[in-house]
Design a protein around this ligand. Structure first.
Ligand SMILES: Cc1cc2nc3c(=O)[nH]c(=O)nc-3n(C[C@H](O)[C@H](O)[C@H](O)COP(=O)(O)OP(=O)(O)OC[C@H]3O[C@@H](n4cnc5c(N)ncnc54)[C@H](O)[C@@H]3O)c2cc1C
Length: 216
């Protein structure tokens, strides 16, 4: 699915990558080791049945879809942070130094406490946006979604980094699950809108609707 600019506004179309005019410009490998591709398109003929949205309201529809995508990104970030926390907890309870499991050192207890606290806050923000959307039968609220996306991406990055810290040099080895998660998670602070663009969205809706009520 590709966003396009029509003479009468934006829209969404399905492009067949085998069509004449579609050119794969270059493949590159991202930080997580996954292959991504740039496509260029020139004079590609799109059959009418492949036009999904077009017209005045098309852009609004696209932004609604983006809200769902951002909520999905927040959920994925939370999942990866949880995986990292579980891994670090198990490791800390198993690994012994100075005659005791490292989980018994207060320094690591505090680290684990902060990790789970931030993760719980992040999940609460994400659930709130999702539950609100389902309860009201509409797309997620942009302010709530932006906040969930921004906070979950940053939280997951911190939680995964701290989990790696707890695993010491073991976690720093190539092929270790946390080393991979650390690189993988970084991309979610770009995908679906960068942190900075989330902040732009949050500020726009805050100014439009005011501060969220404490009673909701
Ligand atoms: C893992 C991954 C998956 C992706 N999947 C897709 C996909 O499926 N489809 C797709 O179309 N794209 C996808 N992207 C691309 C992603 O949407 C873009 O990377 C993102 O929108 C930012 O665009 P950019 O990289 O060109 O950065 P730029 O727009 O060049 O931004 C560079 C920096 O400037 C900041 N900046 C830019 N504009 C503003 C502003 N107005 N205010 C404040 N700061 C600003 C940005 O936040 C960023 O820090 C993916 C990216 C990643 C990493």
């Amino acid at each position: 699915m590709t966003w396009v600019k029509f003479p009468d506004g934006l829209g969404t179309v399905i492009v067949d990558f085998d069509d004449p005019g579609v050119e794969v410009s270059n493949h590159y490998t991202n930080m997580a080791g996954h292959e991504q591709t740039h496509y260029y398109m020139e004079d590609v003929v799109i059959p009418p049945e492949n036009v999904l949205t077009r017209g005045e309201d098309a852009f609004k529809e696209q932004l609604k879809a983006l809200n769902w995508e951002r909520l999905a990104v927040a959920s994925i970030s939370n999942t990866w942070a949880l995986a990292a926390l579980e891994h670090a907890l198990e490791y800390a309870q198993d690994r012994e130094q100075f005659g005791q499991p490292i989980a018994e050192f207060q320094g690591l207890e505090w680290k684990l406490s902060e990790m789970v606290t931030h993760l719980e806050a992040s999940r609460a923000l994400t659930y709130r946006a999702a539950e609100d959307a389902v309860a009201r039968g509409r797309v997620p609220d942009p302010l709530q979604t932006g906040a969930a996306n921004l906070f979950s991406g940053q939280t997951a990055e911190t939680v995964i980094s701290e989990a790696l810290q707890i695993c010491g040099a073991n976690g720093y080895q190539q092929g270790h699950p946390l080393e991979y998660l650390y690189r993988l998670q970084r991309g979610w602070r770009f995908a679906g809108g960068t942190d900075e663009v989330q902040k732009n969205t949050i500020a726009r809706w805050l100014k439009r609707g005011g501060a969220p009520s404490l009673l909701n």
